[in-house]
Design a protein around this ligand. Structure first.
Ligand code: PGA
Length: 263
């Protein structure tokens, strides 16, 4: 795992978008794992800008989102399908048939989860997985105590997550769906590369636990420490509780891998 600290949320988001753009240019048929949430909005805006102004091409790209609420149709503005359409899919030239999310309205959720895993497998696996970290320490909706080898499945949301996401449901936790389909921790670990974006002071504690704490199912993001190629991008605010910042800053300023991203 490596940690990159950028001064602001805007710069952290821009770096993540630049990494995605770089990978997509190198491999136009990239299989992208995508995430939702407030943190990702600036990343998607920047990708849309790169498409518009620099011709970044999504036409051959395939995507799989981490998760979707159970019980919300795609037409519901609070569904993740709707979020993705608005934030990214309708702003770039991705083929809608290649942009996958789990179907939270499926009559048979177990079959839907198995089908999702098969679709990922049939595309050759995820090349680049974008991730946020929730206040509960989750990646996707893998809440505390999720099995570390779990695959795509239905999961009950914790009160912490329900409270975090209530802002999208009239600030009323009672209106937040109680369950979601999520890729499993094992599904995420199978991705070839993981890019995690965490911003803001409210995430400083949880990002420190995930990055520098012990690996534990209580903080599923900590399992990314096992991933062979995981980059965590944070802004200064989210980096506030990290111990190793001097080393992390040195990496970004000196390692050849980051040379083209320093400009
Ligand atoms: P956020 O969500 O970007 O809205 O903070 C992140 C998450 O819960 O994974």
């Amino acid at each position: 795992m490596e940690v990159i600290i950028r001064p602001t949320e805007a710069e952290a988001s821009r770096l993540v978008a630049a990494i995605i753009a770089h990978e997509l240019q190198a491999r136009p048929q990239l299989v992208l794992g995508l995430a939702t949430g407030g943190t990702m909005e600036q990343v998607y805006s920047e990708l849309a800008r790169l498409h518009r102004e620099a011709g970044l091409d999504f036409s051959l790209c395939r995507s799989f989102n981490l998760d979707e609420y159970i019980g919300l149709p795609a037409t519901d503005p609070r569904s993740y399908r709707h979020y993705m359409n608005q934030q990214l899919f309708e702003r770039v030239n991705i083929d809608p048939r290649n942009a996958h999310l789990p179907n939270g309205m499926a009559a048979d959720l177990t079959a839907e989860c198995a089908h999702y895993e098969h679709q990922i497998h049939d595309c050759g696996g995820i090349d680049l997985q974008l991730l946020g970290i929730g206040r509960s320490g989750h990646i996707g909706f893998n809440e505390p105590l999720s099995a570390l080898r779990s695959r795509t499945r239905a999961k009950a949301l914790t009160p912490t997550t329900i409270e975090q996401n209530a802002i999208y449901f009239d600030n009323d936790p009672a209106k937040v769906p109680k369950r979601a389909i999520t890729m499993g921790v094992g599904t995420i670990l199978d991705a070839h590369r993981c890019i995690v974006l965490v911003t803001g002071k409210a995430k400083a504690d949880i990002v420190a636990k995930a990055v520098e704490g012990p690996i534990t199912a209580m903080v599923t993001a900590s399992v990314l420490q096992l991933h062979p190629r995981c980059t965590v991008v944070v802004d200064e605010a989210a980096a506030g509780k990290l111990q190793g910042t001097e080393y992390y800053r040195w990496i970004f300023e000196n390692e050849p891998e980051w040379a083209e991203f320093r400009r």
